[in-house]
Structures are given as structure tokens and as C-alpha cells.
Design a protein around this ligand. Structure first.
Ligand code: ADP
Ligand code: MG
Length: 342
């Protein structure tokens, strides 16, 4: 076959393979966009595990009428404009891929109203036919993205969807991560019109504990040790369970780097090592931790899912996390060796 440029839609569908694995990936991308837009309230409506519908409404800054179509095209982003920006990213998104990818494999409606614009507008595209139709709409300040019939035009993908319950379980987990990562945002999650979660804004410390309980469970919130450590310009804070109450399942392992949820080998290694012999091999470290560092110290442009990062001073970050947690955990020998009262 001769070499040909792929049609835009096909190129987007190929890219969608990387970004949109299942309904929960759509939820993740859309919610990240809402948070990047400064939303303080999110309403997430799911139907049939997300296969039928995923609709997210936010009260963020909105998208201007004349940018709606652009927002849906590939490599279109308001978040970076230069290599310099790429090297110091604070937003969750930056690839300009999500809306283009999602719209190429669903029936997508994007409705938005920036506060400065007097009326709302709506863009609709079906499987991202190259024509996007734009019409006036009714909508308060903010944005709603309504994704219907995910993978309707990519049957091979649709076949891989699991049961409604399983897919919704993945969505619930994604929403939990966001609820911990953006504690000041109110998040409601509904499934088939039923309210499933309602995370209230967590600004004060008691509210934060409340949210920690709602997401990670009462047991963890009750047992966990609160840690804060700062070695300028790095900060690690959050909650960690003492070894004695760590369980077999690693279901409460949340690590955020500059607000972004990570599954990072280096950090996991540091945490595991901090527990050392305190933790039997069949138990899992249990934690909700927030690492904050200058954007320039970390490269998030490693993988499309953005679950991995690269630290410029990997060794020092590893040791900072290790030391902070080790100091926070009660050490077996210091307990045994401690002089007894009386
Ligand atoms: P990225 O997030 O990487 O920039 P996306 O494809 O997810 O790429 O979004 C493209 C652009 O559309 C964003 O850069 C942003 O300007 C705009 N956008 C998307 N969702 C929202 C939203 N909920 N509120 C405001 N703007 C949005
Ligand atoms: Mg995005």
C-alpha cells in the first residue's frame, strides 16, 4: 500500500485507544478538565455503567462560543503554548487529546457558558464526523459534557465493556481519587438517576477528615497517623496507617503529586521501605499522601495516562518520602526499648 495521511477521524480513533480504555477513563478526563477550569461543583450522571451515558456538569470558567469547535479538535489546548510551559505544568491536562478522542468514539454534546458571555452554546458531534454543529442552548455559567453511546462506532471496543456493575465500580474508584485529589470541590455522583455519592467540600481539617472517611473508610480514618513534613521546596503531608492495621488488600493507596494521582514505582518503593520489617510481606502499606514540589522538579509528560512521572532528583525525593514516613511510624524497637513508666 502507498503511504497515506490518515483521515482525521481515524487518527482520533487510534489515539482514543490510548486515552479511552473504558467509561471510567472518560470520567477521569472530563472531571480533570472541570477541575482545570476551576470548578467548585461537579455533578456526574452515569447511565448503565457509562456505556449508555456519562454526563458531567461543572461551574467552571466555561468555553467561549468561538472556541467550542476547537476544543473538540486534536492537539487543541488552552493549557500550554510552549516547551517552557510543558516543563512546568500545574494543570491536570495538557495534551489536548481527550475531547477529540472521546468525541471520535461516542455521540458527544458540549454545552458551555463562560460568565462573560450572555448566552450558552452547544456543539454536537457524532463519532466526530468532521462537521460539528453549533447551536444556542440554555445553561448556567460552566460546562456540561454529555457522552452517549460510548464505542458505538468501534464494536471491537464495545465488546470489551464488562457488566454495568463492574464498569460503574471503576467509575466510582476514579471519582474517589478525584475526591481526595481536589478536596475543596463538591462532587455528586449518580448512577441510573440514583444518588450514589455526595462529597461535600472539604476545606477545614474536620471536613477533610470527613472526606477521608467517606473515601477511604472509617477504619483507615480512625487509625491513620497524620503527617506533615517540609524540606523546602518539597512538602509531604497526608495520612498513613500504622503497620499493625495494614491489611492484605492494597485498596487504600493514594499518592498525589501536585494534585495528580500517581501509581509511581519509586514512591511506592520508598513507602514500602519506610515500613521495613514492621509490615509482614503479605500486608499492604495503606496511605493517602500528597507530595508537593515545584512543577519544574517533575516531568509529567511520560505516559498518556499521566500515572507515571519522572523526578529530576529521584534519589533525593525517594529518601525524603522514606524518611518522612519512617519518622512518623511507631518503630517496633523504639516501643520495646522504651522505658516503662512506674
Ligand atoms: P487538555 O485538557 O489536554 O487541554 P482536552 O481535549 O481535554 O485537552 O480539552 C481541550 C480544551 O477544552 C482544554 O484545554 C480547555 O480549554 C477546554 N475545556 C475542556 N473541558 C472544559 C471544561 N469542563 N471547562 C472549561 N474548558 C474546558
Ligand atoms: Mg483534558
Amino acid at each position: 500500500m502507498p503511504i497515506r495521511q490518515l483521515p482525521a477521524r481515524l487518527a482520533n480513533q487510534i489515539a482514543a485507544g490510548e486515552v479511552v480504555e473504558r467509561p471510567s477513563s472518560v470520567v477521569k478526563e472530563l472531571v480533570e478538565n472541570s477541575i482545570d477550569a476551576g470548578a467548585t461543583e461537579l455533578i456526574i450522571d452515569i447511565e448503565q455503567g457509562g456505556a449508555r451515558r456519562i454526563r458531567i456538569r461543572d461551574n467552571g470558567q466555561g468555553i467561549a462560543h468561538d472556541e467550542l469547535e476547537l476544543a473538540l479538535s486534536r492537539h487543541a489546548t488552552s493549557k500550554i503554548s510552549s516547551l517552557d510551559d510543558l516543563e512546568s505544568i500545574m494543570s491536570l491536562g495538557f495534551r489536548g487529546e481527550a475531547l477529540a478522542s472521546i468525541s471520535s468514539v461516542s455521540r458527544l454534546t458540549l454545552t458551555s457558558k463562560p460568565a462573560v458571555q450572555s448566552e450558552a452554546w452547544q456543539a454536537y458531534c457524532e463519532g466526530r464526523e468532521m462537521t460539528v454543529s453549533i447551536q444556542p442552548a440554555a445553561h448556567p455559567d460552566g460546562t456540561t459534557v454529555d457522552v452517549q453511546d460510548l464505542f458505538f462506532n468501534t464494536p471491537a471496543r464495545r465488546k470489551f465493556l464488562r457488566t454495568e456493575k463492574t464498569e460503574f465500580g471503576h467509575i466510582d474508584e476514579v471519582v474517589k481519587r478525584i475526591a481526595l485529589g481536589a478536596p475543596e470541590v463538591r462532587i455528586q455522583l449518580r448512577h441510573n438517576q440514583r444518588k450514589v455519592r455526595d462529597y461535600r467540600p472539604a476545606i477545614t481539617e474536620p471536613q477533610q477528615i470527613q472526606r477521608l472517611k467517606a473515601v477511604a473508610g472509617n477504619t483507615f480514618a480512625g487509625d491513620a497517623l497524620h503527617i506533615v513534613n517540609q524540606v523546602d521546596p518539597w512538602q509531604l503531608q497526608g495520612w498513613i496507617a500504622p503497620a499493625a492495621v495494614c491489611r492484605h488488600q492494597g485498596d487504600v493507596q493514594y499518592m498525589f503529586v501536585n494534585g495528580r494521582m500517581m501509581k509511581d514505582k519509586l514512591l511506592n518503593h520508598a513507602i514500602r521501605q519506610a515500613y521495613g520489617d514492621l509490615l509482614p510481606a503479605d500486608r499492604q502499606p495503606t496511605f493517602v499522601l500528597y507530595l508537593t514540589l515545584p512543577a519544574r522538579d517533575v516531568d509529567v509528560n511520560v505516559h498518556p495516562s499521566k500515572h507515571e512521572v519522572r523526578f529530576h532528583q529521584a534519589r533525593q525525593i525517594h529518601d525524603f518520602v522514606l524518611q518522612t514516613i519512617r519518622q512518623a511510624l511507631p518503630q517496633a524497637d523504639s516501643l520495646e526499648g522504651a522505658p516503662t513508666e512506674g
